[in-house]
Design a binder for this molecule. Structure first.
Ligand code: FHN
Length: 369
């Protein structure tokens, strides 16, 4: 048998090498701060069903109020976001010092917030507005140098009889053909999302119920095949993502090993709720940003636009203040590593970069704020 010898790689071959996880993570590590956008049909009822407040997070209204698929689908006829302005949304994120935007392309309700050919259950075909906001956002993000990323609910889809989560319309779990849903909805929609809008920063999968390890791996590989530089969030399931996700609004007790991100709300909901006025203060939000950076964690801060396409003014006001702070102090957050010491300090937090330590005083020694 001929002996196989190792040949040195030619430069062209090296250049063609597919990016590895570390290459993919570079921009994301540097960014440290991103905007989450939960926007969908749920912005129409905005937390109220049949005149009553539905407890819990706004985008779960279909589930919490057990709204039948056909009833919920009618809400799309009332989604007419005439005030939507992609440039303005991107401007708000940029002014806040955010470097990436993750928008719900399809949340658990199954409704595609972009032009999907997989079914007519999407914003272009099912609403009076009839436009593709993602196309406009992709253009605005490109212009502003912000990475556009997509949230995609791969397991729960309350509109699809074969997916997880809807036991009020589709109670028979035995009948569900989850593999069929993955093949016929998830993969084709991922294909659309990764071929219609240019380079995408990451796919933010979520709630990996029922999915097998093989399916999680398959989805990750599928994303990387379509866009080798696109990151895959930890919530693809089974720990196979490019980075890990903390629980919602979760702050680790100390420095964490590996690559982490915390998705977080400004009030108590992700999708818009008309009566949720529990806005966190700018001080709290800034402390969270610093605290997370000092523990090596990205902060993905959410806004929930209204049915008209407006990011709630209380969110904008807070983001603007964070942006002002970052304009001066951004160097101490962006591209930084966590506190190098194995303990926390009474007066604040520490981040670090290339031989520098950044000391974030949250109160002056002696107890004064
Ligand atoms: O069920 C979702 C929820 O609606 C929201 O999208 C959050 C954001 O992290 N993720 C899930 C719950 O963890």
């Amino acid at each position: 048998m001929a002996k196989r010898t190792r040949t040195a790689r030619k430069p062209a071959e090296v250049a063609r090498k597919r990016p590895g996880k570390q290459d993919r993570l570079k921009w994301w590590r540097e960014a440290r701060f991103g905007m989450f956008i939960h926007w969908g049909v749920y912005a129409v009822p905005a937390g109220i069903w049949n005149g009553k407040d539905v407890p819990g997070i706004g985008e779960w209204i279909m589930n919490r109020a057990r709204i039948p698929v056909e009833e919920y689908a009618k809400l799309a006829k009332k989604l007419n976001p005439v005030k939507f302005n992609a440039t303005e949304w991107v401007r708000i994120a940029k002014r806040a010092g955010m470097k990436y935007i993750v928008i719900t392309s399809k949340h658990h309700d199954g409704f595609a917030m972009y032009d999907s050919k997989v079914s007519d259950y999407d914003i272009v075909d099912a609403t009076p507005w009839g436009k593709d906001p993602i196309a406009a956002l992709a253009k605005a993000c490109r212009k502003a140098g912000i990475k556009l990323c997509f949230y995609y609910s791969q397991s729960q889809d309350w509109h699809d009889p074969d997916a997880m989560g809807n036991r009020w319309d589709f109670p028979d779990e035995e009948k569900k053909d989850f593999a069929k849903y993955i093949e016929e909805k998830v993969k084709p929609q991922l294909h659309e999302l990764l071929t219609q809008y240019g380079p995408i920063g990451l796919i933010w999968f979520d709630t990996p119920q029922r999915i097998t390890r093989a399916q999680s791996l398959m989805l990750k590989r599928y994303v990387h095949k379509l866009q080798p530089k696109c990151l895959v969030s930890g919530r693809v399931g089974h720990g196979v993502g490019d980075y890990d996700s903390m629980g919602d609004n979760m702050i680790p007790a100390g420095r964490v090993k590996g690559e982490w991100e915390t998705p977080a709300t400004i009030n108590d909901t992700w999708g818009f709720k008309a009566r949720d006025k529990n806005w966190k203060s700018v001080e709290t939000l800034l402390h969270l940003l610093v605290d997370l950076a000092s523990k090596g964690v990205n902060y993905l801060l959410n806004v929930g636009p209204t049915r008209l396409g407006v990011i709630p003014p209380p969110s904008v006001k807070r983001l603007d203040e964070i942006g002002k702070w970052l304009k001066v102090n951004g160097e101490a957050i962006r591209g930084t590593g966590p506190n190098p010491f194995p303990y926390e300090l009474d007066w604040g937090r520490i981040t670090q970069k290339r031989g520098k330590l950044y000391l974030h005083f949250m109160k002056w020694p002696g107890g004064k704020k």
